[in-house]
Design a protein around this ligand. Sequence first.
Ligand code: ADP
Ligand code: MG
Length: 256
Amino acid sequence: MSKIFCVANQKGGVGKTTTTVNLAAGLAKVGQRVLLIDLDPQGNATMGSGIDKRAMETSVYDVLLESATVPEAAIFADKCGYHVLGANRELAGAEVELVEVDRREKRLKEALAAVDADYDFVLIDCPPSLSMLTLNGLCSAHGVIVPMQCEYFALEGLSDLVNTIKQVHANLNPDLQIIGLLRVMFDPRITLQQQVSDQLKDHFGDKVFDAVIPRNVRLAEAPSYGLPGVVFDPAAKGSKAFIEFAEEMVTRIGKM
Ligand code: ADP
Ligand code: MG
């Protein structure tokens, strides 16, 4: 049975895609069978896994519109060790096309049921909005991983996301829970970041992951090589932190 997680935060540029590709690669490295789903029409997780979004014949768009199954549309990212259900600009149109159809928020969930035995982890990279695409992700998932920077407004933004997750939990997906908050782009030399990190722990307790992802230029360089940092430069500080995070996820999920 696969465990399905959304990486979500309605803010852009907070590290969702970096978290998704590096967690996928980290989990693959520790022997897990992983499917990464790119639900952002920007296709950054697709490109960051070494798959040319412009050359894809089938993508998550086809799966949402039921013109392809997951095994038909998934591509193996061989350097990364996981499968990718990719996205490109075509996916932006799905938002409109889905308005017309039944069970529109459950399309992804139903497609994933058919590959339940094939993967240990399914990771969904969500777009920076609470759209129909994100809703499909949240309806499919057992939990949400929230990457966040320890900045003043981060806490404020979090309350919208927490409310959305509560609503989806109440109305559409009783399995859904926040798995944890991941501190990313962390710089311990900045006092404010330490303070926000402490506040997070006070407020959310063990919902804050132990692993902390530092700000690390190697993680930012890796996408231009079509690789997650964990594969591009495994010795980099940021990559090591993502491997620790992958191990922490395996342990936490074992207890779920
Ligand atoms: P999102 O998917 O939430 O929009 P991204 O993962 O694309 O965010 O990250 C935004 C930018 O920050 C990207 O340029 C990315 O390479 C960079 N970045 C993300 N995490 C780190 C990190 N830990 N250290 C340095 N740069 C990072
Ligand atoms: Mg992104």
